[in-house]
Design a protein around this ligand. Structure first.
Ligand code: NAD
Ligand code: DAU
Length: 354
C-alpha cells in the first residue's frame, strides 16, 4: 500500500512523513517543489529507506501528478503543500493564489480522474485529505467561543483567503463529484523543523544569536498552540476513521497571548542555555510595528474530533514547548543551514533535483 503526501519536505509534512514511517511500512511518495520552505535535511534519516520516495515537483503539474498516481496507485492523497506564511502573503500574494488555489484545483482534478478510473473496491477505500487552517474562520473577540466546524468562513489575510478558497474547492469536489474527501482545520503548530520565520522558532533562533525578539504591536494577540506531532496523530486518525465530506477542527485547548509565548521561550532558554553575563533573554524583546490586518484571536473547539474519532493531544503546552526549545539547542547545524540557506546546497548534494 502507498500514500501520496504533498509538501512532505515542509514543517508539518516532514514531521508527518517521519511519524508515518515510524509506525507503518506503507510507502510514502513525497511530492514537494522545494520552495524556500522545503528542506530535505528534515528527512535525512530516511535517505537509505526504500519506503520513502521523494519527487521534486509542483502539485499543479498535471502531467507529473497523473504519472505519479498511475505509477504508484496510492490509496490516499494527503495534501500539505501550500504557501503558509501570513506575512509573506501580505507582501506578495501571487504565489499563495497559484499554489493554494490553482495548484490545489489541479491536484483535485488529477485525483478525481485517477479515483474515477479505479476498480470499485479501491474506489471505496480511496481518500483525499486536505490539510487546512483555523485562519479560514477569521478573528475572534476575547469573549467569543472558540471556532467550531459550523462557524462561518471569514478569512482576513491573503493566506487565509487562499486556504478558504481551497477548502471550498475540496468541499465542492465532494458535493458535485462524490470525491471521498476529508478536510482538517488546525490551529498554530510548533515543534521540530519549524522554519524560523514563524513566531516560536524565530524567537529561539534570534535569542540564541543575541538579536532582537520582534513582537508585533502590543503582543496581546492570542493563538492556540498544538505540538506538531499531535497534529500528525490527528491527521492519521481522520484518515483512518473520518466521515467522508466532513471537516474536523484540530487543536489542543492552548490559547496564549504572543507576549506570553515569547516570555516562556526566554525563560526556558535562561534555564537551558543561560547567558554568560547572567542576564535574561527577555531583555531582547522588542515591540515592533504591527502586522497589517492582524487577527486578534484564534481558538479551536476540538470537541468534534474528540467525540467522533476519539482523538486527544498527547502534549500540553508546557511539555511541547520544552521539547521544542531542546530540539533547537540540540540541532545547531540544522539551524545554521536554514539561516545561511545552505540547506538548499545540501539538498543538491544529496539528491538529484531538477
Ligand atoms: P511549510 O511552509 O513549512 O511547508 C510547505 C511545503 O510545501 C514546503 O515543503 C514547500 O516546498 C511545499 N510546496 C509549496 N508549494 C508547493 C507546490 N506548488 N508544489 C509542491 N510543493 C509545494 O508549511 P507547513 O507549516 O508545514 O504547513 C503545511 C500545511 O498545513 C499547509 O497547507 C498549511 O496551510 C497547513 N497548516 C499549517 C499550520 C501551521 O501552524 N504551520 C497550521 C494549520 C494548518
Ligand atoms: O493558525 C494556523 C496558522 O498559524 C497557519 O495556518 C499558518 O500557516 C501559520 O503560519 C500560523 O499563522 P500565524 O500568522 O498565526 O503564525 P506566525 O508564527 O507568523 O505568528 C504567530 C503570532 O505571532 C501572530 O499573532 C503574529 C505574531 N508574530 C509573528 C512573528 C513572525 C510576532 O509578534 N512577531 C513575529 O516576528
Amino acid at each position: 500500500m502507498t500514500i501520496l503526501v504533498t509538501g512532505g519536505a515542509g514543517f508539518i509534512g516532514s514531521n508527518f512523513v517521519l511519524d508515518w514511517l515510524a509506525q507503518s511500512d506503507e510507502t510514502v511518495i513525497n511530492l514537494d517543489k522545494l520552495t524556500y520552505a522545503g528542506n530535505l535535511e528534515n528527512l535525512a534519516s530516511l535517505q537509505a529507506d526504500g519506503r520513502h520516495i521523494f519527487v521534486r515537483g509542483d502539485v499543479g503539474d498535471r502531467v507529473l501528478v497523473d504519472g505519479l498516481l498511475a505509477e504508484h496507485r496510492p490509496r490516499a492523497v494527503l495534501h500539505f503543500a501550500a504557501e503558509s506564511h501570513v506575512d509573506r502573503s501580505i507582501h506578495g500574494p501571487e504565489d499563495f493564489i497559484q499554489t493554494n488555489i490553482v495548484a490545489t484545483f489541479r491536484l483535485l482534478e488529477a485525483a478525481r480522474t485517477y479515483w474515477s478510473a479505479l476498480p470499485v473496491t479501491e474506489q471505496v477505500d480511496f481518500r483525499f485529505l486536505h490539510v487546512s487552517t483555523d485562519e479560514v474562520y477569521g478573528a475572534l473577540s476575547p469573549d467569543d467561543p472558540p471556532f467550531a466546524e459550523t462557524n462561518r468562513y471569514e478569512p482576513n489575510s491573503p493566506y487565509s483567503a487562499s486556504k478558504a478558497a481551497s477548502d471550498h474547492l475540496v468541499r465542492a469536489w465532494h458535493h458535485t463529484y462524490g470525491m471521498p474527501v476529508l478536510t482538517t482545520n488546525c490551529s498554530n503548530n510548533y515543534g521540530p523543523y519549524h522554519f524560523p520565520e514563524k513566531l516560536i522558532p524565530l524567537m529561539i533562533v534570534n535569542a540564541l544569536a543575541g538579536k532582537p525578539l520582534p513582537v508585533y504591536g502590543n503582543g496581546l494577540q492570542v493563538r492556540d498552540w498544538l505540538y506538531v506531532k499531535d497534529h500528525c496523530s490527528a491527521i492519521r486518525r481522520v484518515l483512518e476513521a473520518g466521515a467522508l465530506g466532513e471537516t474536523y477542527n484540530i487543536g489542543g485547548w492552548n490559547e496564549k497571548p504572543n507576549i506570553e509565548i515569547v516570555q516562556r521561550v526566554c525563560e526556558l532558554l535562561d534555564e537551558m542555555r543561560p547567558k554568560a553575563d547572567g542576564s535574561s533573554y527577555k531583555m531582547q524583546i522588542t515591540h515592533v510595528v504591527d502586522r497589517p490586518g492582524h487577527d486578534r484571536r484564534y481558538a479551536i473547539d476540538a470537541r468534534k474530533i474528540e467525540r467522533e474519532l476519539g482523538w486527544k493531544p498527547a502534549e500540553t503546552f508546557d511539555t511541547g514547548i520544552r521539547k521544542t526549545v531542546q530540539w533547537y539547542l540540540d540541532n545547531p547545524a540544522w539551524v545554521e543551514h536554514v539561516q545561511t540557506g545552505a540547506y538548499h546546497d545540501w539538498v543538491a548534494k544529496q539528491y538529484e533535483v531538477a
